[in-house]
Design a protein around this ligand. Sequence first.
Ligand code: M6R
Length: 608
Amino acid sequence: MCGIVGYIGNNAVAEELLSGLKSLEYRGYDSSGIALNDNRKIIVFKASGKLSNLNAVLHEKNVEDYSSFMGIGHIRWATHGAPSIENAHPHLSNDGNLVLVHNGIIENYKELRQKLQNQGVVFHSQTDTEAAVHLFAEEYKKCGSLEQAVRNGLPQLKGAFAFVIMHHAESDKIIAVRKNAPLIIGCGKNENYVASDIPALLGKVNHIIHLDDDEMAVVKKNEVIVKYINGQVVQKEMEKVDMAADVISKNGYAHFMLKEICEQPAILRRVIQSHVQNQTIYLDDAKINVDFDKVKKIVIVACGTSLHAALVAKKVWEEWLKLPVQVEAASEFIYQTNLLDENSLVIGVSQSGETADTITALKLAKKYQSQIMVLTNRVDSSIVRYASSIVPLNAGVEISVAATKSYMAQLVAFYWFGLLFAQKLNKISELDWQQKLQILIQLPEKIEEILSHQNDIESIAQRLTRYSAVVFMARGFNLPTAYEAALKLKEISYINANAYPAGELKHGPIALLDKNMPVLALFEQGQNAPKLLSNCEEAKARQAPVIGIGGEKCSDIFNEYIETPEVDACFSPLLLCVPVQLLAYFTAKALNREIDQPRNLAKSVTVE
Ligand code: M6R
């Protein structure tokens, strides 16, 4: 949700900024821009659309001819104002002296804009950000110091922001500020960087400083000083960059999404190896401070794909733990009466750890003294600051906007933790526990078997491109898989996909069915399979093409069938998610979509 970068040092500044932005493209791709401080003059370059457009502009304007030693850059996911050049960052003050890039939302921008306009300030964009640049510029006129101007302006801003700011007259420093939006400083030798996320710094620096909320950094070529917004210096630890430089390579795959889908067995094997020793589960890398005996209710908050993982957890945990598990879309959590107290365990699930809705929900839960746990793929992210227990997903960096391997890692974490929890609460026999563990251990091989049938799934996907809408249905453990399948297909192929409990179809959605509306049914072992088959018959009777996905094919009524290895129903969401990911991927590929960067989306959604 917008990526920002800054560089000060002796390298070619535009190149440094561009390569940083390239690694942050997953955060947005509506427009991009950079600003250089060239001999005490601010020069801004912008382009709408993908970063490649900015690259072309820089090339055309011979950016290499500028002799700058510092600059800032931005890649935008539009919130306020269309994805146009005028709304693209960096935003420049009217005197052309002060320039900034912003990630987040300035909630009181309308009031500020009005106030500044009343003072005669002219605005040029529809963004919330522009209010900040003019505010800081007005403050600068009063005090003549960038650091002081920023310090004076910040208390007047409400909302979430990370800023990187430069002034033409202070060509030795960049100011970086953080409040509820991620920002890190990359510390090099005779050069320093600022970025929204670590991938922008890979291969450039070995050490970073994480800024916390309400901190600002004065970043110079040879020093970084971090201060609270009141000016008091903060002693910050430098952390070693713990991420391989090649994590952001496609490794020969056509898209990151396919690479990430195919990584799933390896991730599972790695997680299993690190968690299971002598038939016992260890969550050594997790920081778990849960008072298990105190937990009377579990609430899980999440968004999008993470929400679907939570819905699987509800079904599995309620069966295993015999405890009520409530799952809420994080964005709705703050609008309802939540019956929370210190006996509640509230779990936030977030791949990125930066999702504003999920963080806000956890902040609210904290007020009720509930125990807070997070499951995240980014233990260096903002969300961990709100939790006393942290379970890392260890899926590796996920670049494709469509979440796949992180979903698998979330599911596995829920199953591990469910087993651990059930054991602590004495809710599971030793035998049952061992059997469940064995099922988990055998999963990577079964997923590999599904992956080996990619060609068959690709052919079905090609036929799916004929339709403009599809329906997914399931019963039992795989209803959340159906929701996830629909989300995946929608977000990358733009085919309208809806998912329903199979029994609900006859209560309304069946009216949609005809020969142009395929129905995809997700089968699991057990008593619900015959009923699901009847629902397929009902769909077929309305001429809908029926595609089955699951264990051994149980009827001839299917137009197409994707067979998956047999597994106990309770664990089947861990398998069935894979064919639906592949189906979405190959459908989008056949339609020639921008698979890794679907329109209107961003990887981390840092606004509510
Ligand atoms: O980083 P998070 O897990 O908190 O992200 C939540 C959703 O924004 C995310 O899952 C989104 O739905 C993905 N595009 C799904 O593929």
